[in-house]
Structure formats: structure tokens, C-alpha cells
Write a protein that binds this ligand. Structure first.
Ligand code: G6P
Length: 609
């Protein structure tokens, strides 16, 4: 998704901006650009379609030095990916602007601005903001006031970075619904949509809050709230290391991240279980009192994180906890009945997903008991706005298709199910058994990774296919959904997941020799049911690709492609069975030669709705 970097310093900021863009590449984008103000007060703009390297090449051939500048990676929303639509956008020679998010009322504003004589070069909503600020700048003679006036007229969710040739000592930023952070240096200041972009230049940050407009100079900054009042926002020191993520010996980040899972699952459990018990303090010091009052849980998330929530529903209901799970983009616009005692649980790798954040805010406004964020980024908006947090410790995930973030989310949700179950009669010895299964999890995931070569061989059968069907039952149904999502995200093969019991209600009509059918089969009470479902596929000439618990594999060997996943306790089976499906998607994508870590059209962090 779009990324912003901006800098005001006593040195040339172009290398800082370029490095910041490189560090935001993992979020997904289709073009990049930079604008700097040079010593003669000219705005120099360079833009390129494709990778940041294309912009870097452009700058190498024709440098654009300056002590004030803004830069951007664009993920197209309004208008195709092209140089014309890439940011920064300008209004004449006066104002340059970068923008994340969406301006909903851009059409009305555009008509008004055309009426005032402004000419538009792009198809974007962003250009409207550049002209609107330029228009107010003529009236106000002051960039900060011009931005404040313009922001007051915009609807939507956005963040902005703005510079003007009339004010070489000023960088103005605004946040309304899209994350933006100020980086504090010594005699220099920065803005970015993600702290990671700025870690080479500072560890000290101030996170802008909703409606804030910030006025940065080399020596300091001031922040004004939506009403225009001067406000102080807390300073934070980032604990993240500045090191750029490194693929090590792996060909892709995704494969590296898949193989990191035993270690990051162990990290996520570290200090949270002891002597066969989950330590409730891992949810925060106020957690025990909140958990005592929980009557039901609403889980809300997007994408892969939503699938983690779907698995958790099985686990919570097993413990007698009523639970609903929904994608955030639906939840935020429904009127969910938030009964007394509702704990709102959001799950997000990034903690910046616009719909998930909006759902959290609407649940809080509707009076939920409390909010818990299960998240991988400590400084994220979701964490800052939730009462309770349980951090996954997956480390930075670079591959757009989420892997280790998902399995660590499952571990965190398993802990939640246990602490809520404890309040509904989960006996100490039952808890100890669940905790023991969690303790075995890193080793079992390691064993599942041992299937890598066999899965790579299996992937050969998918190279020419256009569709695939994934099946699972019970808590393995969402695992099948996640397997299908992984395959479609990175190999571009159309893949759908069904609860195996639904097969005969439609998808069976699609089954023939050209439709590979993938199924995950743990050793649990539903095995016999799954056997019957798979017979239905075989009888129609469907080719079966099975991942089965070694305890039940003998039922399925004949006439199928079968890989055995060891014997796994049912309470953690969704975590272990996810691993071969991740590997399958990965190897099929490699076979097809796609951009595994940055698949087309997708973004890592979706900060627009
Ligand atoms: C994007 C990413 C997915 C991710 C989803 C939710 O679509 O490509 O990998 O699952 O957003 O992101 P979140 O950060 O909220 O987990």
C-alpha cells in the first residue's frame, strides 16, 4: 500500500528519502516518486513506474538534491499505475504533495477547482488536494493554514506530506485515518507512514493522532488537533532494529519466513506459559478483571488474519465462549448487536489495516466491554487504540502473503481460548494438556517443514492448472481457506476453499481430472466424515492431494497424492497443517515464475478501505 517519507534537514535529503522508500517496498506498490526543493527554490520532481530502483536509476542520471523533500510509493486506487498518476503531485511550481488513502469527495472539489482555473494532469484524487492547498496558500500566504483549510474540506481517510517553494523551511503533514509518524532527529525532522522507513535516521518518534496537522522545521515541530489547538503528543522510542531485512540463504522472504515459524512460535510462547498454565498477565495487567467479565467475543480481521479468527471460533466455542467472527469491512458497516460483556478482539499483522481499525473504533463507540488487539507491530495504531494487547512475536514479515504472522496469531488465540476457558470450567489438568501441546508445537512445525522437498515435488502437478479446490472440516476448514488464499495470492491460480461437507451442494459439479482437490486431515472425530467426502471426489475422477495425520493416513493412501504430517494433537492441528499448504503455494508460485514476495496488485499493509 502507499508509503510516505518526508525530510527537512541541513543535508541533502534525497538519499534519506530513497532509503525510506526502499524500506517501504515490502508494503506493495506500483510506482514511486520524489520531490525536493533545491537551493534556488525550485521543486524538482522525479517519478517512475515499477520498482524504487527505477526511481533510483533516474536520480542517478539526473540528481535532485535538496534539504527539504517528500517521497512516495503508490499503490493505485484512482487511476492506473503510470508516471502521470505517481506521486508527488504538484500544483504549478508552488506546491508538491504526497498522499496515502482516499479522498471521497474529490469529484466535487475537482469541479470547483477546474472552475477556479486549475488544470489537472492525472486521474488521481490526490491532485485535487495539491490544487486545493495551492488555492488556500494564495489566500492565506501560509502553508500550515493552507493545509488546515484544505484538510477541513476533505472527506475520506488519508495522510499527507506537503512542501511549498515559498516556504523552504517547512514540511507540513496531516493525518486523518491513515497512519503517519514524525521522526525526531538532531537539527532535522522526518515524516513517514511507518517507523521502519526512518530507522536509519532516528529511533525517536511521535505518532500523529486522528485529525492532527503537524508543522515541521529543521529545529522543531508543532502539532495542532482537528480544532486547530496546539497539542502535545507522547514521544516514543522504537525498539525495532534498523537492519534491513535480509533473505539470508533463502531465495525469497516468504520461504525464509515459513522456515522461521518454529522459532517465532517459540518466541510467542516465551514467558506466557509456565508450569502447565497460561500466565494471564501476558494480556496486560488489567486483563484478569476484564476477562472475568467477558460473556462473548467478537473477532474482527481481514485476509489471513480473518482466517486465524475463524480457527479461534472453534477453540473458543469448545471452551463454552460464544464467539462471532467477521471480516472488518462488513462489521464496520453493520450494526452488530454488542451485548453486555462483549470483548472485541481484532487480529492484524500490521495493526494498520484501515477496515480493522474502523471496526475497533465502531465497537468502542458502541460500548463493547473492552478491546484486545492481537498484533505483530507494537507501535501500530491498533495496539495504541486497544485496551488489551497480546503481541505476536513473528518479527518483521516482508512477504506480502502472510505466513509466520498467521501461525503466531493462532498461538496467541490458543492462549486466549485457554484463559477464557479457565473461567468456564477448564480443569487444571485439561489446561496442562493444552499447554503441553503448545510446548510441542515448535518441534511439530519443524517436522512439517521436513516435508518441503516432497511438497515441492507435489507442486509440479499444479503448474498447468487453472483452478484448485481446498477442503477441510471443523477447525481445518479455515486452514483450507488460508491454503487457497496463499495459492491464489502468489501463484495466481484460482483457488477456492469449501467446508468438505458442503462439497455436494455445488462445488462437486466442478470436479474432474483438471481440478486438483487439496484436503487437510487431522486425526479427530471428523475423520470418517472426511473419508466420505473424499470418496465423492474420487468417484468423479478428481485428483486428490492430501495432507494427513500419520494416525489416519492409511485410510487414504490408495490412488491419491498423500503426505503424512506426523501425529498432531487436535488442539494445535490448524497450526501444523497450515505449514505444508504454505509450502505448496510457494513452490507452485516459484514454478510459475511469479513475483513471490510482492505479488501483483496486492499490498502488505492495506491502509485504505
Ligand atoms: C493484506 C495482506 C494480507 C493480510 C491482510 C490483513 O491483504 O496482503 O497478507 O492478511 O492485508 O492485514 P493485517 O495486517 O491486518 O493482518
Amino acid at each position: 500500500m502507499c508509503g510516505i517519507v518526508g525530510a527537512i534537514a541541513e543535508r541533502n535529503v534525497t538519499p534519506i528519502l530513497l532509503e525510506g522508500l526502499r524500506r517501504l517496498e515490502y508494503r506493495g506498490y506500483d510506482s514511486a516518486g520524489v520531490a525536493t526543493l533545491d537551493a534556488e527554490r525550485h521543486l524538482n520532481r522525479k517519478r517512475a513506474v515499477g520498482k524504487v530502483q527505477a526511481l533510483a536509476d533516474l536520480l542517478e542520471a539526473d540528481p535532485a538534491p535538496g534539504r527539504l523533500g517528500i517521497a512516495h510509493t503508490r499503490w493505485a486506487t484512482h487511476g492506473v499505475p503510470s508516471e502521470r498518476n505517481a506521486h508527488p503531485h504538484v500544483s504549478g511550481a508552488d506546491v508538491a504533495l504526497v498522499h496515502n488513502g482516499i479522498i471521497e469527495n474529490y469529484k466535487e472539489l475537482k469541479e470547483e477547482l477546474i472552475g477556479l482555473g486549475y488544470r489537472f494532469e492525472s486521474e488521481t484524487d490526490t491532485e485535487v488536494v495539491a490544487h486545493l492547498i495551492a488555492h488556500h496558500l494564495v489566500q492565506e500566504g501560509d502553508l500550515l493554514s493552507a493545509v488546515q483549510r484544505a484538510v477541513a474540506r476533505l472527506t475520506g481517510a488519508f495522510s499527507l506530506g506537503v512542501i511549498s517553494r515559498h516556504e523552504p523551511g517547512r514540511l507540513v503533514a496531516a493525518r486523518v485515518g491513515s497512519p503517519l509518524v514524525i521522526g525526531i532527529g538532531i537539527g532535522e525532522h522526518f515524516i513517514a507512514s511507518d517507523v521502519f522507513a526512518l530507522l536509519p535516521v532516528t529511533q525517536n518518534f511521535v505518532f500523529l493522532e486522528e485529525g492532527d496537522v503537524a508543522d515541521l522545521s529543521r529545529s522543531g515541530f508543532t502539532i495542532y488537533d482537528r480544532a486547530g489547538h496546539l497539542v502535545e503528543r507522547p514521544r516514543a522510542v522504537s525498539a525495532q532494529s534498523a537492519g534491513v531485512a535480509d533473505k539470508g540463504t533463502y531465495r525469497h522472504f516468504m520461504l525464509k519466513e515459513i522456515f522461521e515459524q518454529p522459532a517465532v512460535i517459540a518466541d510467542t510462547l516465551e514467558g506466557r506459559i509456565s508450569n502447565g498454565r497460561v500466565l494471564e498477565s501476558c494480556f496486560g495487567f488489567e486483563a484478569p478483571a476484564v476477562l472475568d467479565a467477558v460473556q462473548q467475543v467478537h473477532i474482527v480481521a481481514c485476509g489471513t488474519s480473518f482466517h486465524a479468527g475463524m480457527v479461534a471460533r472453534y477453540w473458543l466455542e469448545e471452551q463454552g465462549v460464544p464467539c462471532s467472527v467477521e471480516v472488518a469491512s462488513e462489521y464496520r458497516y453493520r450494526r452488530p448487536v454488542i451485548a453486555p460483556g462483549t470483548l472485541f478482539v481484532s487480529i492484524s499483522q500490521s495493526g494498520e489495516t484501515a477496515d480493522t481499525l474502523a471496526a475497533l473504533r465502531s465497537a468502542k463507540a458502541a460500548g463493547c466491554l473492552s478491546s484486545l488487539a492481537i498484533c505483530n507491530v507494537p507501535e501500530s495504531s491498533l495496539v495504541r487504540e486497544s485496551a488489551l494487547t497480546l503481541m505476536t512475536r513473528a518479527g518483521r514479515e516482508i512477504g506480502v502473503a502472510s505466513t509466520k504472522a498467521f501461525t503466531t496469531q493462532l498461538v496467541a488465540l490458543r492462549l486466549l481460548a485457554i484463559v477464557l476457558g479457565r473461567r468456564r470450567g477448564l480443569a487444571a489438568e485439561q489446561e496442562a494438556a493444552l499447554v503441553a501441546a503448545l510446548e510441542h508445537l515448535p518441534r511439530q512445525v519443524e517436522e512439517a517443514l521436513g516435508l518441503n522437498d516432497a511438497v515441492e515435488a507435489m507442486a509440479q502437478f499444479f503448474g498447468e492448472k487453472e483452478h484448485a479446490l481446498f477442503l477441510g472440516r471443523g477447525s481445518e476448514y479455515p486452514v483450507a481457506m488460508e491454503g487457497a488464499l496463499k495459492l491464489k495470492e502468489i501463484s495466481y491460480i484460482h483457488a477456492e476453499a469449501y467446508a468438505a461437507g458442503e462439497l455436494k451442494h455445488g462445488p462437486l459439479a466442478l470436479v474432474d481430472a483438471n481440478m486438483p482437490v487439496v484436503c487437510v486431515i487431522p486425526d479427530n472425530a471428523l475423520v470418517e466424515k472426511v473419508i466420505s467426502n473424499l470418496q465423492e471426489v474420487r468417484a468423479r475422477g478428481g485428483e486428490l492431494f492430501l495432507f494427513a495425520d500419520s494416525g489416519v493416513a492409511s485410510h487414504f493412501s490408495e490412488g491419491t497424492h498423500l503426505l503424512q504430517v506426523g501425529h498432531v494433537d487436535d488442539s494445535i492441528a490448524p497450526v501444523v497443517f497450515t505449514v505444508p499448504l504454505q509450502l505448496l503455494a510457494y513452490h507452485v508460485a516459484v514454478l510459475k515464475g511469479t513475483d513471490v514476495d510482492q505479488p501483483r496488485n496486492l499490498a502488505k499493509s492495506v491502509t485504505v478501505e
